[in-house]
Design a binder for this molecule. Structure first.
Ligand SMILES: Nc1nc2c(ncn2[C@@H]2O[C@H](COP(=O)(O)OP(=O)(O)OP(=O)(O)O)[C@@H](O)[C@H]2O)c(=O)[nH]1
Ligand SMILES: [Mg+2]
Length: 282
């Protein structure tokens, strides 16, 4: 199916990239947060460049099957840039992240000590696409809500430093996308995961794209594999993605396709359809 091109580059994003470049001069390490449901699509060249010698955090590990998370870790980890799987909602994986940051802090302060300088807190920038859980991760690391975090793309609008004890300073940053989304397949995956503002797409087409993806995925990418049947009591095997949405509209939304599309998207995003890895490791 051919979708109209998806683009989203609001003013705050352009300003954020500029501000980020200024802040980066005083940063020791960059964490790039990605969405574990779509690790390939929730990144772009600028983010990869920023975190080349930093850390990759695959967040939302609770939303995909555990085995696929482990496989992604193997694919994404390099000696220069280790990867960690986290759930910023419940705090899983945060211990490992804290240890990795403490290690960076030690290295920074050893270097300072050799130059006769006093020790200081390690400075960490948390970057990534919109809505991947950057602010949630910072709140979790701190153990209280210091920066707004909500289920919507574009919540954080400005760079903001947050201090955690005497050892750690974190920079929360607005989610950024490239000025032009050349990879439209990636853009659709970002939209499915609510990582692009709803204002720029038709939810029906995006819900259809989600169902098309679910029809293609192997059972191992979904726990449980029959979550659609369980949730809607409609057998996917008897339908195409489009006829499934239409049947769902008839059954649950008085024929309103728009509402059935919204329902499927919300259910996917809230995890009601189980754990679904939309992108599999190569
Ligand atoms: N299930 C699940 N939800 C998460 C996780 N991390 C964050 N969330 C939720 O995802 C939503 C987005 O989180 P934010 O912290 O606002 O994301 P962000 O990357 O700061 O987003 P922007 O500021 O818009 O770029 C919130 O509703 C969080 O509660 C996670 O690991 N698992
Ligand atoms: Mg944020």
């Amino acid at each position: 199916m051919q979708l109209p091109p998806l683009q989203w580059y609001p003013g705050h994003m352009a300003r954020a990239v500029k501000a980020l470049n200024e802040h980066l001069q005083r940063v020791d390490v960059v964490i790039e947060v990605r969405d574990a449901r779509i690790p390939a699509s929730s990144t772009h060249p600028l983010l990869q460049q920023l975190a080349a010698n930093g850390l990759v955090v695959l967040n939302r590990r609770d939303q995909i099957p555990a085995l696929i998370g482990k496989q992604w870790l193997q694919v994404l980890s390099t000696p220069e840039r280790p990867a960690i799987l986290t759930d910023a909602r419940c705090g899983q994986g945060l211990g490992q992240l804290r240890r990795a940051l403490a290690q960076v802090g030690e290295q920074v302060n050893q270097r300072r000590q050799r130059r006769g300088m006093l020790p200081r807190a390690v400075r960490v920038a948390v970057v990534g696409c919109p809505n991947v859980g950057k602010s949630a991760l910072i709140n979790r690391l701190l153990g209280r809500r210091v920066t707004p975090s909500a289920a919507k793309a574009g919540v954080t609008r400005q760079c903001q430093w947050v201090r955690i004890g005497s050892d750690l300073e974190l920079l929360d940053t607005p989610g950024i996308l490239p000025p032009r989304l050349d990879d439209q397949q990636a853009a659709v995956h970002l939209a499915i995961c609510d990582d692009i503002s709803e204002a720029v797409y038709d939810p029906y087409l995006i819900a259809l794209a989600l169902l098309e993806r679910l029809w293609q995925l192997p059972p191992s990418a979904r726990t449980p594999p029959d979550s659609l049947q369980q949730r809607y009591h409609l057998d996917p095997q008897a339908h195409t993605p489009a006829s499934y949405l239409a049947a769902l509209a008839e059954q649950k939304c008085r024929g309103d396709l728009h509402r059935s599309a919204q329902m499927v998207l919300q259910d996917f995003r809230h995890g009601v359809l189980g754990q679904i890895a939309l992108e599999l490791p190569p």
